[in-house]
Design a protein around this ligand. Structure first.
Ligand code: ZN
Length: 64
């Protein structure tokens, strides 16, 4: 038998901000360019969870 290391993958979300725009696409483009379009974990959280990428892999917008 072999030993297997098993990983769980989660998705997470963060509110980047609220943007005044004419469409969801425009708001997302503004969010992408903003300083908030990244995430990081503190030292304690990063002992347990690893972020694969600091930038979002997907954006979603809804009316605020
Ligand atoms: Zn933390």
């Amino acid at each position: 038998m072999k030993t297997y290391r098993v990983y769980g993958l989660w998705t997470a979300s963060k509110v980047i901000g609220e943007f005044e725009a004419n469409s969801e696409e425009e708001a997302i483009a503004m969010a992408e360019d903003s300083d908030g379009a990244h995430a990081s974990l503190c030292w304690e959280c990063s002992r347990e969870v690893e972020l694969s990428d600091s930038a979002p892999y997907k954006y979603e917008a809804e009316e605020a």
